[in-house]
Ligand binder design. Structure first.
Ligand SMILES: [Zn+2]
Length: 242
């Protein structure tokens, strides 16, 4: 059992070091993610607006064609009016003229609305484009800052990852997933006892439990936070301890 506890303690040591390196990156990863999300959102909106402008233009051209054709028809109908012989023919032609006039009005109104909308969309694009450029610039700068930090810690990080690989290979699958589960929820999964309390959540640990933990013969967890508790004997084990 001591071996299992030892390996769990050691993987926690490596992860503590890796966490310290991660802390050096500060808020940058989160800021970059937020900027990327904002950029994506704005870019999509600009594309949407551009497409709407293209569609609007196409629709207006189609309408213009129908209007031109209708005007030509009107001219023809009005010429025909002069040669009409019966009331029935007259009524039919007048109906056609009314219908065509209505259609022209409707399409022209539609085109005015589309043109207004398109103008509004153009303004929106004009407002969003500088914002996009600003975000891109910010992304570039912050990305550079992060890359610089990562470059400085790259060697150390790779060494730690290699070490972690070695330690992890000694841990059983069950223990490892148990460890990862606690780590994900709590940050630190394996802690020692300090001043008769769990070093993770500071809840006191009874002397009876401390006695059991000192036996190093099974995995004990803190009743309050669920972290794995190890004895001072395990705590003395370093990454270099074989
Ligand atoms: Zn605890």
């Amino acid at each position: 059992m001591q071996k299992r506890l030892k390996s769990l303690w050691q993987v926690q040591q490596v992860d503590n070091e890796l966490d310290k390196l991660e802390e050096l990156r500060g808020d940058l990863p989160r800021e970059l993610k937020l900027l990327e999300e904002k950029l994506k959102e704005l870019s999509e909106k600009v594309e949407e607006r551009k497409q709407e402008r293209i569609d609007s233009q196409k629709k207006r051209e189609e309408n213009d064609e129908v209007v031109a054709q209708s005007r030509a028809n009107l001219k023809k109908y009005k010429a025909q009016l002069l040669q009409i012989k019966t009331n029935r023919e007259y009524d039919a032609l007048m109906k056609e003229i009314d219908h065509t006039t209505e259609l022209i009005t409707k399409l022209e109104e539609e085109n005015n609305t589309l043109a207004d909308q398109s103008k509004k969309h153009a303004l929106e694009i004009e407002e969003m484009e500088p914002e996009i450029a600003k975000i891109k610039e910010e992304l570039k700068e912050k990305g550079k800052d992060l890359a610089e930090i990562d470059k400085k810690t790259e060697k150390e990080r790779n060494a730690l990852l290699a070490k972690k690989g070695t330690v992890v290979s000694k841990i059983g699958r069950g223990d490892l997933s148990y460890y990862n589960r606690i780590r994900e929820a709590k940050g630190r999964a394996v802690v020692s006892i300090r001043r008769n309390a769990c070093d993770g959540c500071f809840a006191s640990v009874s002397s009876q439990k401390q006695l059991e933990i000192r036996r190093n013969d099974r995995i004990h967890t803190c009743e309050s936070c669920g972290r794995i508790l190890v004895s001072s004997e395990i705590e003395k084990i370093t990454l270099e301890t074989n």
